[in-house]
Design a protein around this ligand. Structure first.
Ligand SMILES: [Zn+2]
Length: 79
């Protein structure tokens, strides 16, 4: 599943390191969620990237619709 590589530079010579690490972990979690969404946007039929419409509620995905322009296949996923 780990296709891309994400690296983060942390300046270890500063104080407030815990706060910085917490900030980083918050953002990497959001980033991981986004990467998951991208992985889900691959057409199961032809493997192409699908056009995806996502609806958010309180910053969480509650519904999304993906359409593959190759297959004109509609897939829906509820969350
Ligand atoms: Zn397709």
């Amino acid at each position: 599943m780990a296709k891309g590589k994400v690296s983060i530079d942390v300046d270890m010579h500063t104080d407030k390191l815990q706060l910085k690490l917490r900030a980083i972990s918050k953002h990497t979690a959001a980033l991981a969620d986004e990467l998951d969404e991208i992985d889900k946007s691959i057409c199961p039929e032809c493997g192409d990237l699908m056009e995806r419409t996502t609806f958010y509620e309180d910053k969480k995905v509650f519904h999304s619709t993906s359409i593959c322009s190759n297959c004109i296949e509609n897939t829906r996923s509820e969350m």
